[in-house]
Design a protein around this ligand. Structure first.
Ligand code: HEM
Length: 105
């Protein structure tokens, strides 16, 4: 579903701006369809993950803190996705993680 151009135009391009909720390219209808059914990492319906909002908040905070405090650079070969119930990389991912001289917090 994440590669269906009906929900994600140019699905293989890295376009983080597609998740922004404003801006001239924002398409309300596309955003709603995307949010409703384009991915189900937390399940769906009455037994869906009760920890979803908690997990999402943790992810936002952890990622923000990491990029504020460290320069993170991918130094491996471009990974290919492998379907393994969920998509996983086909190789170990190698990064350098360097403390930023200036703390941005
Ligand atoms: C990225 C993190 C997480 C993912 C991807 C995830 C995913 C899922 C999925 C797929 C289900 C099954 C939903 C279904 O049957 O339709 C589930 C259930 C559940 N999750 Fe999570 N989860 C995450 C984090 C958490 C956290 C942080 C908590 C608790 C603080 C949590 C608590 C639960 C509980 C209690 C259920 C069972 C709900 C029920 O059966 O009524 N999860 N989760």
């Amino acid at each position: 579903m994440g590669r269906d151009p009906a929900y994600f135009p140019e699905p293989l391009r890295f376009l983080p701006d597609r998740w922004l909720r404003d801006g001239e390219d924002y398409d309300d209808d596309l955003a709603r369809r995307r949010q409703l059914i384009s991915g189900l990492p937390f399940g769906h319906g009455s037994r869906m993950c009760i920890g979803r909002r908690f997990a999402e908040q943790e992810l936002y905070l952890i990622l923000a803190k990491l990029v504020q405090n460290f320069r993170i650079e991918y130094i491996g070969k471009t990974p290919e996705p492998v379907l393994n119930t969920v998509l996983t990389p086909d190789r170990p991912l190698k990064f350098t993680i360097t403390p930023r001289p200036e703390r941005l917090t």
